[in-house]
Design a protein around this ligand. Structure first.
Ligand SMILES: [Fe+2]
Length: 213
């Protein structure tokens, strides 16, 4: 399991390190970014399930899994793109105006998405602690806006940016992206600290709605 694999949305539901193994390694940093996009699409599906369950049937375990990804895995992924992938691409596209504009647009979306991700994570934390959201209508609106934008954003990166990177990046460029990936999260970002306390409880103590049952 790669360091980032522990933070995929399903890892929380599957018991973290005991979750399913993935074959993607940091040896191919672009494949790792693609894998993280798959995790983010998995997150979007989870957020849609939570939104569909509002106001009374939102799943606390799904909320817990989503919270960790929103606060840690997603910002780290975006920082890797902003610190390494996008700057290197700018060096390789020889001033192509359309690509420059697209990269600027994706970066501005990162800023909005990250801010909204933290706000949603706070609302989901309230849901996990109190059994229901503070404001179901607002949370539903935030969730739907977020996952719809995320799916569109990832589609652009998967269909345009990553193929362009595969075409243009040199072995040395890939080393730079690999270093940014390996750098990982700042010490203050410890996903395990964000796990809901009750999520680590013995399975026997869980309710009938528990996905592990
Ligand atoms: Fe991305």
């Amino acid at each position: 399991m790669t360091a980032r694999e522990k933070d995929r949305p399903g890892a929380c539901l599957e018991g973290g390190d005991e979750g399913q193994e993935q074959a993607v390694s940091v040896e191919d940093p672009l494949a790792l970014l693609e894998e993280e996009h798959r995790h983010q699409l998995e997150l979007c599906d989870i957020l849609e399930q939570i939104a569909d369950g509002l106001p009374f049937d939102a799943d606390k375990r799904l909320a817990c899994a989503a919270m960790t990804v929103l606060r840690f895995s997603m910002p780290r992924h975006q920082h890797t793109e902003e610190r390494a992938l996008f700057p290197i691409l700018r060096e390789r596209i020889a001033g192509d105006a359309r690509t420059l504009q697209m990269l600027a647009q994706l970066e501005s979306e990162h800023v909005c998405d990250e801010q909204l991700a933290y706000e949603i994570a706070d609302e989901l934390e309230h849901l996990t602690e109190h059994g229901q959201p503070a404001n179901p209508d607002m949370l539903g609106y935030m969730l739907r806006g977020f996952f719809e934008c995320q799916r569109r954003h990832i589609e652009w990166e998967n269909t345009v940016i990553l193929p362009l990177a595969r075409e243009l990046l040199t072995p040395e460029d890939l080393d730079r992206v690999r270093s940014a990936v390996a750098e990982g999260a700042p010490p203050s970002q410890d996903p395990s600290s964000a796990r809901c306390a009750w999520a680590a409880a013995p399975a026997a103590g869980r309710g009938p709605g528990d996905p592990r049952h």
